[in-house]
Design a protein around this ligand. Structure first.
Ligand code: G3I
Length: 299
């Protein structure tokens, strides 16, 4: 974990941010690698670090189809067993950090790009019912935590964000304790164009939920030249301006803040340079554009 190994990383984190999110340490695979055997060390260390520095913690993520433990992926369970396993996971993890985590990504990435439901272990067993159950169980375990549904490629109006909007509306109508919607905002400069993110997010706040940008980055086909870095700055600025313009946009989380450590080159080997600071922790054009847009939020 970079927090233990890289003093510059830790000091820049504390200098620049007031909230942290574990990138992987709170996911099901890392926390329960064997059924009933828990490994909280890294997640606990991140929470302790945040508390020691007066920072908030966003929890990520409870119900997902990725990074599940092997015992769960390869096991055979009846729907009743699976429901009990999911309830226990949510209750255990949310309960452990009750009062220490201000917001949880309860449910992550349930839709395909065309707005149909993603075929996952959860959807196959329960249809869409697992979503409402997950929020209710999380709320029981920590009534104070703000509970989010989170997804990517929902930053602009499209079939996927339309489906998410319809789901949130339906959950609210059923009285499900959902507080917010997370927009991951993983931009890809090779394919994405700027659009009216504020207008899309407002569709959600109009339903009476908070919104947050939860995993902001903007990856560039490598090598990154000046033109690409300027375009990247526009994407960061657009996201910050969208959030600042909406009273119910409560925060922006970036998915890594230095190009020294980013998930992008592992998942997209020809792309990179996705974060605000370069690999030497020096600000890129995106940093300045982002900071200027955020400054507009100050009264
Ligand atoms: O920890 C193991 C290590 O022991 C092993 O040697 C190594 C070999 O491959 O893998 C390591 O695990 C990797 C893990 O990151 C920790 O570095 C996994 O392979 C790798 O798949 C995993 O990638 C993570 C990815 O989620 C998995 O889907 C990224 O770090 C993480 O940034 C990314 O985050 C997701 C959000 O949770 C949800 N939204 C999209 C976002 C980006 O994909």
């Amino acid at each position: 974990m970079q927090l233990d190994r890289d003093a510059t990383y830790s000091s820049v984190l504390v200098r620049e941010f007031d909230s942290v999110t574990p990138e992987n340490a709170m996911k099901w695979g890392p926390v329960e690698p064997e059924k009933g055997t828990f490994n909280w060390a890294e997640a606990d260390a991140i929470v302790a670090f945040a508390q020691a520095h007066g920072m908030k913690v966003r929890g990520h993520t409870l119900v997902w189809h990725n990074q599940l433990p092997d015992w769960l992926n390869s096991g055979t369970f009846t729907p009743a067993q699976l429901s009990a396993i999911l309830k226990s996971h949510i209750t255990t993890e949310v309960g452990r950090y009750a009062g220490k985590i201000y917001a949880w990504d309860v449910v992550n990435e349930v839709f395909n790009e065309d707005g149909t439901w993603r075929d996952t272990i959860w959807y196959r067993a329960f249809g869409d019912k697992f979503v409402a159950d997950a929020f209710r169980w999380a709320h029981e375990a920590d009534p104070q935590a703000k509970l989010y549904i989170n997804d990517y490629n929902t930053d602009l109006a499209n079939p996927k964000s339309d489906a998410l909007l319809a789901l949130v509306k339906s959950l609210k109508a059923q009285g499900v304790p959902i507080d917010g919607v997370g927009f991951q905002a993983h931009f890809d400069l090779a394919v994405d164009s700027l659009g009216d993110m504020a207008a899309n997010l407002k569709r959600f706040t109009d339903l009476g939920v908070d919104v947050a940008i939860t995993e902001l980055d903007a990856r560039i086909p490598m090598p990154a030249d000046k033109t690409a870095l300027a375009k990247q700055a526009d994407f960061y600025k657009e996201a910050a301006s969208a959030c600042v313009s909406l009273p119910r946009c409560v925060g922006i989380t970036v998915w890594g803040f230095t190009d020294k450590y980013s998930w992008v080159p592992y998942s997209f080997p020809s792309e990179g340079a996705a974060t605000l600071l370069d690999a030497d922790f020096q600000p890129k054009p995106a940093y300045r554009a982002f900071a200027e847009a955020l400054a507009a939020a100050k009264p």
